[in-house]
Ligand binder design. Structure first.
Ligand code: G3P
Length: 478
């Protein structure tokens, strides 16, 4: 029982009264690696209460002091990069080097939030009345940004630390309190990250971290009357949450099917390098991964050959060895990926590599001649499987991209910048990258998706603004 990690509530590490634990299975060994508390609804209520009262005091804490604490937390987080990265390796099979990068990037993100926050929250607006018809200059309006209250943050397994702090940093600098519900896989990494905030000395109750089964506390958390805003990153669950949530601001990022459109004049070596990085880093388990290549028929053979040469060089194995391709997060995920691959096989896709799987480890595979009747043309595998659809016109590519339920990012490879801009304008996605693979970072850039890819916009500045509300005071002169 003592090997169950405690959850964090009211500034203390606690055992759940449920007496139950949730097991975290290591994707590589497929054995239980860690256990976390299965928190109860009562414990969620307690966390909400302390989050509410801590927030009131925090909102009155001077902005520069809030920034100071965030800088401190960022530094501590970076000092703890090795043990946190080790958790990421064991819980989500992230290659060791990438795991360290995730933690360092998270520290930088928190510091940037502190800096950006003091700038944008340090400014308000002053308006006078006589610009609107019928008014004299007798009303002065002072407006500034105030916090929303309690923010519920739900990050996904693929960046448990980074996508938690991308919510925590903006929330705290803006004067909110924060309740974190980590993904089961990634929960211990999250608890360790929260421990860094604990060490920085934030007031008790301001940050809490409740672990447990989504089926027991998921809806209870997202529908809790104490929650004033939800920031969620993940899959379809986000759509369900948005339907059930109350009248509160939502920030959602729910995956994508990012297309890579390759024109005849593209630098094919550049494309191949970006397709490998974009399609196969962290074994394709990124919402911004390249998930379909739309290549002009005339250059498709040459491109496929170049990509294949690079696929052959990818190392496959355990995350501890820094392999490029590591086991996908769970057996059910591996089964889902396999389902997409088998569907494509049955419908006649060309396999550039033989399909191979051992446990949760799936060897990288490029599927050529994919057609729109195959599931892989539309669905998100979240694994090292990349389809190529050959197109005969740019319009065909744009059409495929816009017909998707997702609209996160997309990319275009061409040497003709005018063409690239026109195609970018025609692509209905939150971001279009010209001559590079899709990516969320740098983390102060706006990040958003259309359609089923999300609600609202993220990125440091947008998140800080989203987690505040305008408050005005009007001075009425006689
Ligand atoms: O899958 C999460 C999404 O936010 C991707 O982030 O940094 O891999 O582009 P990144």
């Amino acid at each position: 029982e003592d090997d169950v990690y405690k959850y964090y509530s009211d500034g203390e590490w606690k055992k759940s009264s449920s007496g139950k634990a949730v097991s975290i299975v290591n994707p590589t060994t497929r054995k239980t690696q860690y256990k976390v508390q299965a928190c109860t609804q009562e414990e969620v209520n307690k966390v909400m209460e302390s989050a509410k009262s801590a927030q009131k005091a925090w909102a009155k804490t001077p902005l520069w002091k809030r920034a100071e604490l965030l800088h401190k937390a960022a530094a501590i987080l970076k000092e703890h990069k090795a043990p946190i990265a080790e958790c990421l390796v064991k819980e989500i099979a992230k290659p060791a080097k990438d795991a360290v990068t995730e933690v360092v990037r998270s520290g930088d993100l928190v510091s940037y939030c502190a800096e950006e926050g003091v700038r944008i929250l340090g400014e308000g607006k002053f308006l006078v009345s006589d610009s609107f018809p019928g008014n004299e200059r007798t009303k002065y309006c002072l407006s500034s940004k105030i916090p929303l209250g309690v923010i519920l943050a739900i990050p996904p397994f693929n960046y448990p630390v980074n996508l938690a702090v991308s919510k925590i940093g903006p929330a705290l600098i803006a004067g909110n309190s924060l309740v974190l519900k980590p993904p089961t896989q990634g929960a211990v990494s999250c608890l360790h990250m929260v421990y860094c905030f604990h060490l920085a000395g934030f007031p008790k109750g301001l940050i809490s971290c409740v672990t447990g089964k989504g089926s027991e506390i998921g809806d209870f958390l997202t529908m809790h009357p104490g929650v004033n805003c939800i920031s969620f990153t993940g899959g379809d669950t986000g759509i369900a949450i948005s339907k059930k949530a109350g009248m509160i601001p939502l920030q959602m990022e729910l995956g994508g099917k990012d297309a890579c459109i390759v024109l005849e004049d593209a630098d094919l070596d550049l494309v191949a390098a970006n397709v490998i990085k974009g399609g196969f880093s962290y074994s394709g388990q990124r919402c911004t991964a390249v998930k379909v290549i739309l290549a002009m028929e005339s250059i498709a053979d040459a491109l496929v050959e170049k990509v294949n040469a690079k696929v052959a060089k990818l190392t496959v194995g355990p995350p501890e060895d820094n392999c490029d391709i590591t086991p996908v997060v769970s057996e059910s995920s591996a089964n889902f990926i396999e389902g997409l691959v088998m569907d494509a096989k049955q419908k006649g896709a060309t396999f550039c590599q033989e399909y191979r799987r051992e446990g949760n480890l799936i060897w990288p595979v490029l599927l050529d001649n994919v057609r729109p009747d195959m599931r892989i043309a539309w669905e998100e595998p979240f694994g090292p499987v990349l389809p190529v659809i050959r197109i005969n016109s740019v319009e065909e590519g744009i059409h495929h991209c816009n017909a998707s339920n997702f609209g996160l990012q997309g990319c275009i490879f061409t040497r003709d910048i005018n063409k690239a801009i026109l195609i970018s304008d025609a692509m209905e996605t939150g971001t279009v990258q010209i001559n590079s693979a899709p990516a969320r970072g740098p983390d102060h850039f706006p990040f958003q998706g259309l359609r089923d890819s999300g609600i609202g916009s993220q990125g440091i500045t947008n998140s800080i603004n989203m987690m505040t509300k305008i408050k005005s005071t009007v001075i009425n002169l006689p």
